[in-house]
Design a protein around this ligand. Sequence first.
Ligand code: GLU
Length: 297
Amino acid sequence: MRFTKKAAVFGATAIVAALTLSACGGGSTDNNSSSGADAPYKVADNVSLSGSPTFDKVKGDGKITIGVKEDQPGLGFKDPATGEYSGFDIDTARWMAASLGLSADKITFQAIASANREQALVNGQIDLYIGTYSITDKRKAQIDFAGPYLVTGQALLVKKDNTTINSDKDLAGKTVCSATGSTPIQNIKDKYKETKTTEFDVYSKCVDALKNGQVDAVTTDQPILAGYAAQDPDNLKVVGEPFTTEKYGIGLKKGDGALRKFLNDVLTNGKNIWTKLYDNNLGKSGLKLEQPAVDNY
Ligand code: GLU
């Protein structure tokens, strides 16, 4: 099944109800036991993958460090009370680790902000990055991506009582907040010259700025914004339709073509698993996004 543009354009309000809330915390080992027995995939044994430096390292260490977001409910989220990680990106990370022969208890999740992802991969601080990470040519100069595993687009989050911002056409003279180093802030700077920008390392700080009245809107990918709207549906709403195309990839060290192909094969051969993970996290309200075909670059 190929992804279509139409499939990316979904009603944000519909997903709001499906997502849960909270704040953020530090990085730590995956202690979510629910990712074990009831997961729709098995931990592979005797994985055959030659020519991958990352796999050799991970196999030798018997553990994997995966960079994620932890303040994006429904995608990458760490429950501050229990320390449990949840979301579509987190489950995708567990699936990829399992396909490499590593069970959930062998995963260390490390929160890495949007601006620091390439460097964390280049430095070897993390083995993979799975967290609303758009595949771009600029990033591909430093790292490689498997995927895409999800395609969405940039949208807007405003206060519920806001009547002046209904789409990206209404941003002239407004102040919009997004994360440093992200594709949405760059898009605003490049194409919306009459719009002022405020930036933070993570989106949850933009949401605070919106609630405090410091900014008029938050912009990033629609499912991320829907997660924040779900935290506070009485005060926040997602408006308009996505106005960019964001293809989420799995970040890995540049030149590890063997690992990229391996992960692409896992994604391509795992349509039922993908659907289950999607339904569990983002599709609870009945929204349907199709799994995109992986890139062959
Ligand atoms: N997908 C966009 C990006 O990679 C926005 C979300 C994010 O910052 O993680 O820049």
